[in-house]
Design a binder for this molecule. Structure first.
Ligand SMILES: [Fe+2]
Length: 239
């Protein structure tokens, strides 16, 4: 499996606190069967504003430890960018990182209210040839209320990343039901952990996979756990 969304870079957001935390989480991911991880710290001004360079330096320290400890996992850098009207500028000035230096960007929406930026900013990014991935659509209250909110985004060719642990009800019953519906309709392109701490999603993967297999079969299961993620890392457009 490949994870495209997690908070395992230490001391950069509300995820891993120190390098030991980061390494433990990576070991858990490896045990669960992940071979590649794109690390995506929050970018949300003013709380979380570590630059691409700062995150990259920490990731290199983590990579060194991973190598010393012989953990066979490949690490890449991205960001989970909270929607704002200047994402293109943030990319240009290297305040944020695209996914593994590709044209893919991971964008988060507000949980409780719709924003006009969802339309205008996404249009702008797409017109500049970025491939937009929306993080965990099942967690947004307005998507839970009316899944058709996603229709215009689907028409634009936006990609959707669901959180594995939504399937166990971590974010409530509505999020769980919404993700199952999106999976059944094959509207989810990737599942990822959004893991923030040790002893969390990575250690529950056996249970999660059992639930997932009820709703995602054969080729679609492989696509949303691995193959589509591989395309992102190779910068291949598939929508
Ligand atoms: Fe996240």
């Amino acid at each position: 499996m490949i994870d495209l969304h997690c908070h395992i870079i230490y001391d950069t957001d509300d995820g891993a606190k120190d390098i030991e935390n980061s390494i433990s989480m990576i070991k858990e991911a490896f045990q669960a069967g992940f071979t590649k991880i794109c690390c995506t710290p929050h970018y949300l001004a003013p709380q979380y504003v570590k630059s691409k360079q700062e995150n990259f330096e920490k990731l290199n320290i983590i990579k060194q430890r991973v190598k010393e400890e012989n953990i066979d996992i490949e690490l890449f850098l991205g960001n989970e960018i909270y929607i704002t009207n200047d994402i293109k500028e943030l990319i240009k000035t290297e305040e944020v990182s695209t996914m593994a230096n590709t044209n893919y960007v991971l964008v988060e929406f507000p949980m409780m209210f719709k924003t006009y930026l969802a339309e205008s900013e996404i249009n702008d990014l797409i017109s500049r040839k970025y491939n937009v991935i929306i993080a965990h659509p099942e967690r947004y209250s307005y998507v839970q209320k009316d899944i058709r909110f996603l229709d215009s985004l689907i028409q634009k060719g936006v990609y959707f990343q669901g959180n594995y642990e939504s399937l166990l009800g971590k974010y409530g019953n509505q999020a769980k039901k919404t993700l199952i519906k999106l999976i059944k309709e094959k509207k989810i392109d990737f599942l990822s952990s959004d893991n923030h701490k040790e002893n969390s999603t990575y250690t529950k993967m056996n249970k999660i996979i059992k639930v997932l297999k009820k709703y995602a079969k054969d080729e679609y299961f492989d696509n949303i756990t691995k193959y589509n993620q591989e395309k992102v890392l190779k910068n291949i457009v598939f929508k």
